[in-house]
Ligand binder design. Sequence first.
Ligand SMILES: *Cc1c(COP(=O)(O)O)cnc(C)c1O
Length: 434
Amino acid sequence: MNTIMDEMYQNLGISKVVLDAGNRIEQELKSRFANFDKVAEYNQLKVLHAMQKNRVNEGCFHYASGYGYNDQGRDTLEQVYADTFHTEAALVRPQITCGTHALALALSANLRPGDELLSPVGKPYDTLEEVIGIRPSKGSLAEYGITYRQVELLEDGYFDYPAIEKAINEKTKLITIQRSKGYQTRPSYSVEKIGELIAFVKKIKPDVICMVDNCYGEFVETIEPSDVGADMIVGSLIKNPGGGLAPIGGYVAGRSDLIENCAYRLTSPGLGKEVGASLGVMQSFYQGFFLAPTVVSSAIKGAVFAANIYERLGFGVIPNGQESRHDIIQAVELGTADGVIAFCKGIQAAAPVDSFVTPVPWAMPGYDSDVIMAAGAFVQGSSIELSADGPIKPPYAVYFQGGLTWPHAKLGILQSLQQLVSVGIVTEEQLKNL
Ligand SMILES: *Cc1c(COP(=O)(O)O)cnc(C)c1O
């Protein structure tokens, strides 16, 4: 087995030294990996239970077109999401185009002129700045007379409770909590920590709506923010819950009155959930949700594997190799532009699609520096598939995430290492001592 395995890695361009180093680290991570498998096992059962309870059947996969009245597959899937996340209702639609759209929908559907939105966890995800109107944009909440307040995080990246208490006022209607750090350097929050924050806020103002941006967090733990008091959780189907199969889509799950508002906003007042044909994507939504728990655990293994390798090579890694995990994103500070480029080349070279393409930095709209991106995905922009990107500026960090299978995630990290060796940023000597 060892020789044919080594040979196969060699065929893919991985040297014996890189492979051996990777295998040693993998060996040391065995018991942690077993824990991730246990979480996946639990979540797999949770999803299965919801599918069985709702009597998912072949008819759920039928093509529906036009208005989509009585689209049984769509309606049943929404109940499966609601039961999995222990919420009253859910809206899961291909007409929700991405995570930002799902968040914009949940906010605009449940806020009215004169209301105030509060982020008690500092700056929200980049794209939400325009949704809220922090950066002016057509159609922002600000244009509709919805004000915004933000409480900065403490030095340690956690919540400034006294300042949050002060920020809550008679206008505060909704608070938004982002679970994953996204592309910031603060910690991602455990579901438990989010629960503490929600309890605090509700004690001050019981009727405030607590929404959690759940992107990259689904199935990382055995509970979700909706289990600890969140009134709405929101995410993208080309991240965790789509399991790599959903070709588009977003979801909002939560209290039925809030979800109803979302449905009326997504389609039209008076129509709500009743319309919106699923156009044949239902099988991929169901099957992706079914696979999501094990896909997420594969991605977490990849993240932890990379954290441990790069940490020991002396690079900064966030989270570090030992920390508990609350999302699937891993940051590695490579310290130089060449390092970021080599890392991304490696991820691209490991891809099932477009492996022959060489990623190069470019001036992406909306960014203040060149950005390099590696993605060889079946679904464009899918970041539950193995992908990496890095802005070409200090501290020259690369963010990577995803991996539909652990062997692919492993190959991606090994390829990145091989590229760093080939440009002399990592030496074979270092790897032998790893
Ligand atoms: C990805 C992400 C979003 C936005 O999702 P898109 O699908 O890229 O629009 C919002 N918040 C967080 C934390 C994310 O990771």
